[in-house]
Every structure is written in C-alpha cells, then in structure tokens.
Design a protein around this ligand. Structure first.
Ligand code: NAP
Length: 307
C-alpha cells in the first residue's frame, strides 16, 4: 500500500520513515511538509495539492504536532483517504470524536496510534496482571525535555500538553495493561512562569478495587530517562521499565521476545490490518485522563523554563 507521510520532523525521521522502509506492506509514495522531505520521495508543501496529484495514495499518516492535526486529518478523510494519527490523536477529545464520526461517514479507516502500547513487554504485563489483585501502582515517567524535544516550542504552547506529551505514553500503557478502568481524582500541575503547559505533574487515580494508583511526570530529569510502571499485587510485584521494553516479576526478568520487532513497525502492521478490514481504532482513554488532570489539577507556578 502506498502511504503519504505528513510532517517530516523528529518522529517522522526517527521512526516512521524507517518503519515504512522496512515493511513489505508499505511504500512511502509522497511527503507533505513545509520544510522537510525524504530523499527520493515526491515532496509537497501542502496536503491539498498532494491529495489531488495522487488519487492512488489511499493512506495518509500524520506525524505533525497535535495542534494542526485536526485540519489535516479532516481534509484527508474528506478526500476519502484512510488516516493514521500520531499520539495524541488530536488537541482535544472533541476533535477526535468529530474525526471518528467523519471517518465512519466516509467509510475510511482511522487509527489513533499509541506507540508505547506496542512496546515489547506490554502484552506480557497485561497477561500477568489479568488475574491478580492490585494493591498499588506507581507510574514514574521522568526525562530531559531538552534531549527529547530539542527546541520544540510547541510542547510548551497551549494545546502542546507539556510533560503530558511523554506522560500520555505511560497512560496508554496503563489503560492497556489494567483489567479495570481507573480515573483521575486529583492532580498538581507545575507550570513554568513563562510557559502555557506543565513541566511536572503529580496525579492520583481512583481504582475500583481500592488500590492506590499514582503518577509522577517530570521533564527536568538529567541523564537517562526513567519510564517505569511498578504494580504491587497479591501475588508479587511487576515492574515495567524502559517505557515497556523490560519486564520483571519479583526481580525475575521476562526474556520472551514478541514476533515483529519495534513499536512503529507494529503500528504500521495494525494500520494495514485496519485498512484491509475497514476498521476504526480510536481508543481515547489515555487522552481522557490528561483532559481530566487539566480539569481537576491544581496549578502551581514554578521557575521559568528556557532551552
Ligand atoms: P516536530 O519535529 O516538532 O514536528 C513534526 C513536523 O510537523 C515539523 O517538522 C513540521 O514540519 C510540522 N509542523 C510543525 N508545526 C506545524 C504546524 N503548525 N502546521 C503544520 N505543520 C507543522 O515534532 P515531533 O517530535 O516529530 O512530534 C510530532 C508528533 O509525534 C507529536 O504529536 C509527538 O507527541 C509525537 N511523537 C514524538 C516523539 C519524539 O520523540 N519527538 C516520539 C513519539 C511520538 P514542516 O515545518 O516541514 O511542515
């Protein structure tokens, strides 16, 4: 299948282009980006022109930041194309609901991707937790924003989510591995004095079984990132590290390897399946938690942030 990739920036170059190139299912047939391009691939600077020039390209993959994503997705869906959305699938829940409705009306596939759900050990963690009684769970997601989003001011602009940009990855894993849904009960959001989005967050959740579920996000962690979820249960402690890439149960590491390697190859594999079956996959649960944290969260102003 031919795919057009829109928004040739960090994640497109790091992950989408190599995943498409390595897949027997996909050909990168065009790019749309105001400044970026990929060697040897027809490049366009606006989506409307590309859609008109390439009626044979049935799939459009959007790797833009969340704020401009809705307009691009709407245009592609209205042109009858299947659409794949980077996380988060839009800037607001309402945008995402509107896109889903439009995709159903146009009978095209729409995929809200959550790349961290495709990490190697997420299925094993989900399977292990399925029959355990949860006592407590702690998400600890800390990284250096200067390393992971160098100079990307959009992450600190309204709609850019701030530290929830990586934090939503943890929430995408949480909502995948827990057998019951949780919801946010309170949050403290730390906003740098000169920015519109938080740089650190503490969050608490209600768990139907009474387990204590908490999350800490921090964007000023020097050195190696900490992307860990620890779940204490009646039958032992599960620790998911490296953003879902490493799993230990009571200190014993799970060495099993899943079939297809890599988060983004798995996303494109799922998109190929959705297109083949006419499916829509728009699970918005991770985004709902972020929206609730912004609604309930107490705002604290902290030191200004500069790159
Ligand atoms: P990025 O490099 O800042 O942006 C990607 C490209 O989108 C830019 O190069 C730009 O290309 C285009 N773009 C930016 N603002 C735009 C606007 N207002 N209108 C139209 N096009 C615009 O961002 P990124 O890090 O790749 O992140 C993109 C998405 O991927 C985000 O939703 C992020 O959460 C997700 N993601 C990022 C990472 C990561 O490590 N960075 C990891 C996983 C997922 P042109 O200027 O050429 O048009």
């Amino acid at each position: 299948m031919e795919v057009a990739l829109v928004g040739i920036g960090k994640i497109a170059v790091d992950q989408h282009v190599p995943a498409i190139a390595a897949s027997p299912d996909w050909d990168l047939a065009a790019t749309v980006s105001r400044h970026g391009s990929v060697d040897g691939v027809p490049a366009y600077t606006d989506l409307a022109t590309m859609l008109e020039a390439h009626p044979e390209i049935r799939v459009v993959s959007l790797s833009l930041p969340p704020m401009p994503r809705f307009d691009y997705a709407r245009m592609a869906i209205e042109a009858g194309r299947h659409v794949m959305l980077e996380k988060p699938p839009g800037a607001t829940l309402s945008e995402c609901h509107a896109l889903e409705e439009l995709a159903r009306a146009q009978r095209v596939s729409l995929y809200a991707t959550w790349h961290s759900r495709q990490a190697d050990k997420v299925p094993a963690a989900k399977a292990w937790l399925a029959d355990k009684t949860l006592r407590s769970l702690r998400i600890d997601w800390r990284e250096d924003v200067r390393h992971w989003h160098p100079g990307q001011d959009w992450v600190f602009e309204a709609g850019g989510l701030g530290v929830f940009d990586p934090g939503i990855n943890a929430l995408s894993i949480l909502t995948e591995i827990l057998p019951v849904p949780v919801h946010v009960t309170g949050a403290e959001l730390k906003f740098p004095a000169n920015r519109d989005t938080p740089i650190a967050v503490e969050c608490g959740f209600h768990h139907p079984g009474g387990a204590e579920v908490t999350m800490a996000l921090d964007w000023l962690e020097p050195g190696d990132p900490v992307w860990t979820i620890e779940a204490v249960t009646d039958q032992g402690t599960l620790t998911l590290e490296n953003g879902g890439g490493k799993l230990t149960i009571d200190g014993q590491e799970d060495e099993s390897l899943p079939g297809l390697a890599g988060e983004y190859p798995r996303l494109y594999d799922q998109m190929a399946r959705l297109v083949a079956t006419g499916g829509i996959d728009m699970d918005l649960a991770p985004m709902r938690h972020v929206a609730d944290a912004f609604t309930l969260g107490r705002r604290v102003t902290v030191e200004a942030f500069d790159w």
